[in-house]
Design a protein around this ligand. Structure first.
Ligand SMILES: NC(=O)c1ccc[n+]([C@@H]2O[C@H](COP(=O)([O-])OP(=O)(O)OC[C@H]3O[C@@H](n4cnc5c(N)ncnc54)[C@H](OP(=O)(O)O)[C@@H]3O)[C@@H](O)[C@H]2O)c1
Length: 333
């Protein structure tokens, strides 16, 4: 994002692929799905027609980057995104992921598979659900996957690129060492990892800088917390993963909604994030753009209203250096 010229795009690392500085994350619009033990893995019920309207609104507001995964809603998110994009597919950059195995009929996650053969089958299935002949950014979804196996998958991804099925690829991982393994491939262009104003990732950002990779930011709103709309004791619906958070999910407690310490940090940041007329969510996105020129946040959404608010952050640009320092002061960093 070049704020001084008012442009609102960023480059996806060494691929040179240009995207809107904001992508839309399509996990929630996959609807309900679960692990084999019944643990909810979605965000509760969604209205597909509203999801499609939200994607259309995002397109109209200049968003050209969409992140999904084959497993979100056990294939449903890819289908809804494909339906929403329709004839506008070639106007946008589509990222999806593979590595998890699931049953589309029962909407259940059944395991994982890091074999090259599965990668090819998964890609074929994603192309069919998305209704497209190529994926722009193909991402390995197993964040803690074996680095030796990943080196093989990197070569498989290079084959996909040579065949025109994929334009570029990435590992979705929070581990810089794993990200560096994938980055040895010529067409690896990004790392997808957690980053938000409450959860910094300096080592990954340094790696992106060193190797000319984009930093695609999942959970940029701390799974909704940074919208400033959660209150103590607000319990979420039963099918929402935040209601029964797995060990890796921070900021929410079982059957108890948002964590009080996290809520206190969000409140402490409210003034600086809402300066210059931003909403708290827009301020959280602005922090990410200010944090590094390589970041591309991909906030999730469930409604046209959320799409409008999040896309509206683009025009307001990054926080200033002074506001960035104020965030660190407030958080004691
Ligand atoms: N690679 C991976 O393993 C991985 C893991 C996680 C996420 N991701 C990707 O990253 C994307 C975003 O991360 P995330 O879904 O974890 O969390 P997030 O973007 O931090 O939070 C998204 C949630 O915040 C709420 N929200 C969004 N905009 C809002 C607004 N303007 N006002 C109020 N609430 C708003 C919505 O939920 P409510 O309305 O229900 O509160 C929405 O589902 C995902 O969609 C997915 O594409 C990838």
């Amino acid at each position: 994002m070049e704020t001084n010229t008012g442009t609102t795009t960023r480059t996806l690392g060494r691929s040179g692929i240009e995207v809107s500085a904001l992508g839309f994350g399509c996990w929630a619009i996959g609807g309900e799905w679960q692990a084999a033990d019944g643990q909810p893995l979605g965000w509760g019920k969604v209205d597909d027609d509203e999801s499609v309207r939200a994607v259309h609104r995002a397109l109209d507001l200049g968003v050209t980057f969409f992140d999904t995964a084959d497993t979100y809603g056990a294939g449903h998110s890819e289908r809804v995104l494909g339906r929403a994009l329709g004839k506008r597919r070639d106007d946008v950059v589509v990222a999806t992921k593979w590595g998890n195995v699931f049953d589309e009929d029962t909407r259940t996650l059944t395991g994982s598979d890091d074999s090259p053969g599965y990668a090819r089958r998964a890609l074929t299935a994603s192309l069919r659900r998305l209704g497209t002949d190529h994926v722009d950014l193909y991402q390995f979804h197993l964040s803690d996957g074996d680095p030796g196996r990943a080196a093989e998958l990197r070569d498989t991804c290079e084959e996909f690129v040579a065949e025109g099925l994929v334009r570029a690829y990435a590992w979705s991982t929070d581990d810089p060492d794993r990200a560096a393994v994938f980055a040895q491939g010529a067409h690896c262009t990004a790392v997808q990892h957690a980053l938000n104003v409450l959860q910094d990732a300096p080592r990954l950002l340094a790696l992106c800088e060193e190797l000319n990779l984009a930093s695609v930011n999942r959970s940029p709103l701390a799974m909704g917390l940074l919208s400033g709309r959660h209150t103590a004791g607000r319990v979420l619906e039963a099918g929402d993963i935040r209601n029964t958070p797995p060990a890796w999910l921070q900021g929410f407690n079982r059957d108890a909604g948002a964590d009080e310490d996290w809520l206190a940090s969000v409140e402490a940041l409210r003034d600086v994030l809402t300066s210059d007329g931003r909403t708290p969510a827009q301020g959280a996105l602005a922090w990410l753009w200010a944090r590094s020129p390589r970041t591309v946040p991909i906030p999730g959404f469930r409604s046209v209203a959320q799409a409008e608010e999040n896309a509206g952050a683009l025009a307001k640009g990054p926080l200033t250096a002074g506001q960035l320092a104020e965030v660190d002061r407030v958080l004691g960093r």
